[in-house]
Write a protein that binds this ligand. Structure first.
Ligand code: NAD
Length: 518
């Protein structure tokens, strides 16, 4: 790959070479095509677009393109187009749908590098991680392609030869609303089971990361879905509200923060629509003294520093049994200081830039407050300015480990959504389970120990939807994922997600005569 500086210098020439991309810009090795709304199999300007918003590259802080948000009319057109496509798609057999989804997975694999590069440019995560996201995405499509043909009901025998049967039917047009930390992957986690079950989807990504989901829409069209089956509307809260309130939207699947989740649930309640909420977390990671120390240290790093710490299920409250507190902490700090920060497009970078300046400031605010409340910064926490002058306006910070933490500190109670780990000592199993559960959230939890009974006992006691034993933050598509308590409900991934994108119809069949009581 060409160095970033070289590519940025080439930008004007490349644009001049491709006049057909008048509304597009070339960045890195990829082209950002416009427009960014997608309806009925094509990119479209929104019918009633609002003001153009800047879209940033977190690594450099520069504006890479403009976003026109979708108003009520555009949202309605997208839903109507999805409704028309639903009529065709829902009548196809599971096996027919499966073939199309497999083809979409194949195209994603083929375009992996381009999609990952676009994701890195728009999100700021390292290219190394973006590639993993894209791999998880096509695997998700393959998995649900495999399940599409198995969607089935039951046959139930009744007296006198009569019987009943159940049909698992799609819901209709589903709304998908995504967060900015895993833009392409979140869209695939929603679209794959939704489409496998025979639904259509209108997806709204975060206005910070509007780019890659439009590629997904194009790939679905190329793979052969009926035009309109997967449409993209763009914008922020207002666009999301139009979508949630739309009477022809049958279900809402939301990934984002708890405050927005509460609003989404309110809107769903008004329309009596089923809703899946994948919300925030403040998950515990429990390290017992009998763990394999190197694995536990690796687990703690994985639990805190992927995607600059902007991961919902991160294990940010790291409870360490006092006996190994010093040795564990020393090792974690040493390893954290070695994390290579910088240009996310470089192969050896392991931590890129945070999503935007306000979010970086917010994360910095949490660290300042932690210090005021008595926590000790064991490493990192400061802004990071890469040597490359092109990156000087990027949103970088050094990953931070906080010691001397107590359960009542804000950094331990609130979701920071940045690279900040809090270390908390504990003495007994009973104590740590109680403290781990003492949170409004319940997304994930983890335990490191060599004692197999203790491991299962502890995860059984954790009030969290996704638990890890002797690992953390891996997300195989085969396993259901979702939260307890304020972290939401409903599940993505695994067979379980099929339940959330389908509904059960019962058919009662009489084989005899009707015996009327009248
Ligand atoms: P956010 O709640 O600010 O926004 C999420 C999405 O909702 C965006 O697309 C946004 O435009 C839209 N939105 C905002 N207000 C809306 C409204 N009133 N009506 C309809 N839509 C609205 O969250 P974010 O900052 O984009 O993402 C970070 C949060 O997401 C964190 O809390 C993180 O934990 C959570 N998250 C959860 C999961 C999960 O699977 N549990 C995964 C990723 C992120």
């Amino acid at each position: 790959m060409l160095a970033r500086s070289r590519l940025l210098n080439l930008l004007p020439q490349l644009c001049a070479l491709q006049p057909s991309l008048a509304m597009s810009s070339v960045t890195g090795t990829v082209t950002i095509h416009q427009p960014l709304n997608y309806r009925a199999g094509a990119r479209v300007q929104p019918a009633d677009g609002g003001q153009a918003e800047d879209v940033y590259e977190p690594a450099t802080g520069r504006v890479i393109t403009k976003l026109l948000s979708s108003g009520e009319k555009e949202v309605d057109l997208a839903v109507q187009s999805a409704k028309a496509a639903f009529k065709i798609w829902s009548q196809m057999s599971g096996m027919e749908r499966s073939r199309v989804l497999l083809e979409a997975a194949r195209i994603i694999r083929e375009q992996r590098e381009e999609i990952a590069t676009l994701e890195t440019i728009n999100n700021g995560k390292s290219i190394f991680e973006a590639r993993v996201d894209i791999d998880i995405s096509w695997q998700c499509l393959e998995y649900y392609a495999g399940l599409a043909g198995s969607l089935a009901g039951e046959h139930i025998q009744l007296p006198g030869g009569s019987f009943g049967y159940t049909r698992r039917e799609p819901l209709g047009v589903c709304a998908g609303i995504g967060a900015w930390n895993y833009p392409f992957q979140v869209a695939c986690w929603k679209a794959a089971p939704a489409l496998a079950c025979g639904n259509a989807m209108v997806f709204k990504p975060s206005p910070f990361t509007p780019l890659t989901v439009v590629r997904l829409a194009e790939i679905f069209t190329e793979a052969g879905v009926p035009k309109g089956l997967f449409n993209v509307v763009q914008g922020g809260a207002a666009t999301g509200q139009f979508l949630c309130h739309h009477p022809d939207v049958a279900k809402i699947s939301f990934t984002g923060s708890v405050p927005t989740g509460i609003k989404i649930m309110g809107m769903a309640a008004k329309g009596i629509k089923p809703v899946t909420l994948e919300l925030g977390g403040k998950s515990p990671l429990i390290i017992f003294s009998d763990c394999a120390l190197e694995n536990a240290v690796n687990g703690a790093l994985m639990a805190n520093f992927l995607t600059q710490g902007e991961v919902c299920c991160n294990g940010t409250r790291v409870f360490v049994e006092r006996k190994i507190l010093d040795v564990f902490t020393k090792e974690v700090v040493k390893r954290t200081q070695k994390i290579k920060i910088g240009d996310p497009l470089l192969e050896d970078t392991r931590m890129g830039a945070l999503i935007n300046r306000p979010h970086l400031d917010r994360v910095q605010g949490f660290i300042k407050q932690a210090k005021e409340q008595g926590a000790e910064v064991l490493c990192g926490g400061d802004l990071y300015v890469p040597d490359d002058p092109k990156l000087k306006n990027g949103y970088y910070m050094q990953p931070c480990v906080l010691g001397n933490c107590t359960d009542d500190m804000t950094c331990v109670k609130e979701e920071i959504f940045g690279p900040v780990m809090s270390i908390l000592p504990f003495d007994t199993e009973e104590e740590v389970v109680e403290r781990a559960n003492n949170t409004k959230f319940g997304l994930a939890g983890g335990v490191f120990t060599r004692d197999i009974q203790k491991a299962h006992r502890v995860v059984a006691a954790l009030k969290a939807g996704m638990c890890f034993i002797n690992n953390y933050n891996i997300s195989p598509v085969e396993l259901p994922f979702g939260g307890y308590k304020a972290s939401g409900f409903g599940r993505e991934n695994g067979r379980a997600a099929m339940e959330y994108y389908s509904q059960l119809k019962t058919v009662c069949v009489e084989m005899g005569d009707v015996e009327s009581v009248f």
